[in-house]
Unconditional design. Sequence first.
Length: 143
Amino acid sequence: MNTIIKTTVTQNIFRILLSIFMVYAGFSHLTFNRVDFQAQVPDWLPLSKDLVVILSGIVEIALGLGLAFWKKERVTFGWALALFFVLVFPGNIAQYLDHKDAFGALNSDNSRLIRLFFQPVLIAWALWSTGAFKNWRTSKTKD
């Protein structure tokens, strides 16, 4: 049985904002930003870039909806989203190293480099807003 970690109003607001962002990003993967997201798929990945974009969009929508609506599994969704952000990071690095433009704003090496520093922020946001980090700390002190 999963224990529901109590989160603050601020954490809940940020969790819902992250949820909305994920659903929006997932929807954009499947529709109007599909080609731009393909620029983030590394050339060394042995899958169709379009397939990767579609699958990652579906995962983003599922994670976003889970964050918003599955209270008993909030911590699990926090960890899953943090892992997702880690797994897509090589694509962001590849986009920087390969000098690939996307989304209009990522049109220089400088903007692509700055973007890399936001990935740890997203990971921390997922873990903090869902109570996953607090749950992990609490379980460590019980051992």
